[in-house]
Design a protein around this ligand. Structure first.
Ligand code: PLP
Length: 399
């Protein structure tokens, strides 16, 4: 069958193949520790579920405005005011089916054939694929382990060309957990001030998951001149443990939001109606539940950081300030063999770790950094302790 360029140019998900294999091994009764997941292991708080159940029973099962009910729009405006210190209007915000959907709408609205979007690497793996799908060219800026995986102002300036239409900043980052300081963001912002036609896409999905005093900074707040061309991308998946609900929101310039609204109205329409009230109570809440979750994440993070650093040959270039990932560099082991097979990169390393140690981790290659692996610590201390032990043994056995 003839398929379009749009879908044919998409990279197959290498992570899917590995996770399918991990699941198959678990189904066979083999002992596999899943450290690949990109979602909290906590359940959605009951007060949020209760609202969805009540709305479903009350018959809130019909279409709403594509961008969301007045209640959710008010809740988005509220969180922008409280947590960003920014005042937006109803026409400047919208609810979509996850942060992923927000980004998809945005690239479709901003990117013409051949336009370039700057993507600092390591990157969340859907950015380049969505950009390509929109006809654009992802311009990957490699942020080295030595820089803590953060893009410098110089790197940004060098990557900009007359075709650049947007740049993505994701802090805290998936997959590295890197968090930009205020000064680092301001340096990027200063470069952007010289290029008024570039849109800043600020992916803030992990805004609330911060450790060891790391702070969240938002460029449109720190540099109000950028606000008129910034799209804030956010959502409820991570900090409210609502990945499966598919709830994302954004704030940005009216004309961009109008285009995204128009596109959404012709594609998915509104987010599931009985999830919208739940999203509103979630956004309006004081997030008291998060205190305990963050304390648990912090303990796990410490165990993983210290554990990884204690394995000979494994380094952790970026002490993750946020999210729930660690991104260790295991490249010292490339060139060694497992079971007669040479480990030439992260894909082979992750494949062998799965087969040989029952460890399911994500190869860094899928995030644009082949030296590393992504380990999610959104799982129990027992599993993490076991995993570090297995990784240590696996590394020691490589020849
Ligand atoms: N942005 C980043 C950096 C992510 O890690 C994810 C999900 O893993 C998303 C966006 C999209 O999340 P969702 O569509 O669940 O809101």
């Amino acid at each position: 069958m003839r398929l379009t360029r749009r879908v044919s140019c998409l990279a197959p998900s290498l992570t899917l193949a590995l996770s399918a294999k991990a699941k198959a091994m678990q189904a066979e009764g083999r002992d596999v520790l899943a450290l690949g997941v990109g979602e909290p292991d906590f359940d959605t708080p009951d007060f949020i579920k209760d609202r969805a159940i009540a709305d479903l029973r009350a018959g809130k099962t019909k279409y709403t405005a594509a961008r969301g009910t007045p209640e959710i729009i008010k809740a988005i405006l509220g969180i922008l005011s409280r947590d960003y210190g920014l005042k937006y209007e109803a026409s400047e915000v919208m609810l979509s089916t996850g942060g992923k959907h927000v980004l998809y709408n945005a690239f479709m609205a901003l990117v013409e054939e051949g336009d370039e979007v700057i993507v600092p690497s390591p990157f969340w793996l859907s950015y380049p694929e969505q950009i390509k799908c929109a006809g654009g060219v992802p311009v990957v800026v490699r942020c080295s382990p030595e820089s803590g995986f953060k893009m410098s102002a110089e790197q940004l300036r060098t990557a900009i060309t007359p075709r650049t239409v947007a740049v993505i900043v994701n802090s805290p980052s998936n997959p590295t957990g890197a968090t930009y300081t205020r000064d680092e963001l301001l340096a990027l912002g200063k470069v952007l001030l010289e290029f008024p036609n570039i849109t800043l896409i600020s992916d803030d999905l992990y805004q609330y998951l911060l450790y060891d005093g790391a702070e969240f900074f938002s460029l449109p707040k720190e540099m109000p001149e950028l606000r008129a061309r910034t799209l804030i991308v956010n959502g409820l998946s991570k900090a409210w443990a609502m990945t499966g609900w598919r709830l994302g929101w954004c704030a940005g310039p009216k004309d961009l939001l109008a285009a995204m609204d128009n596109l959404q109205s012709h594609s998915t329409s509104n987010v599931t109606t009985f999830c919208q009230g739940a999203a509103a109570v979630a956004l309006d809440s004081d997030r008291a539940f998060l205190k305990d979750w963050l304390a648990q994440f912090a303990r796990r993070r410490r165990l993983v950081i210290d554990g990884l650093r204690s394995i000979p040959g494994v380094s952790l270039p970026c002490e993750p300030g946020g999210a729930f990932y660690a991104f260790p560099d295991v490249s010292a082991y490339y060139g060694k063999s497992w079971n007669g097979k040479k480990l030439t990169g992260s894909l082979e390393f992750a494949g062998a770790a799965l087969e040989g140690a029952g460890l399911a981790v994500i190869p860094g290659a899928v995030f644009g950094e082949d030296k590393c692996l992504r380990i999610s610590y959104a799982t129990s201390m027992e599993i993490l302790e076991d995993a570090i032990g297995r990784l240590r043994k696996f590394c020691a056995e490589l020849k």
